[in-house]
Design a protein around this ligand. Structure first.
Ligand SMILES: [Zn+2]
Ligand SMILES: [Zn+2]
Length: 113
């Protein structure tokens, strides 16, 4: 029998590697979960001034770099143009800040309330 190593998310870090800000989470979400599993913690992050992009691999930006959520990734990463929040309307709709909540989050809240 193999040993099962449970992968869990222990915290959210700023997308900017040079930054290093982190918010620890106590809930231990499975690393292969989706944002739906983490809604409560993501709402806490937003409350703290963070910005989020709800890509399958969630991107989080600390309050100091919250505006970087809109950074264009087309030019620096042509293969990731579809992830650009400035030029791809699909990605734009995944941006979650204290000023704007994605439609799919609103919809999900209605489902679980
Ligand atoms: Zn940062
Ligand atoms: Zn772009």
């Amino acid at each position: 029998m193999g040993r099962i190593i449970k992968r869990e998310i222990v915290g959210f870090t700023c997308e900017l590697r040079s930054c290093g800000q982190i918010v620890r989470t106590h809930l231990g979400y499975p690393a292969n979960g989706t944002w739906h599993d983490q809604l409560e913690e993501l709402e806490r992050l937003i409350g703290l001034g963070w910005s989020i992009v709800l890509h399958p691999q969630i991107r989080t930006y600390c309050p100091d770099h919250a505006d970087r959520v809109w950074d264009c990734s087309c030019r620096t990463h042509p293969t990731r143009a579809s992830l650009c929040t400035s030029h791809n309307t699909n990605s734009e709709g995944l941006v979650w800040t204290d000023r704007h909540t994605p439609q799919q989050v609103e919809d999900f809240r209605k489902v679980i309330s």
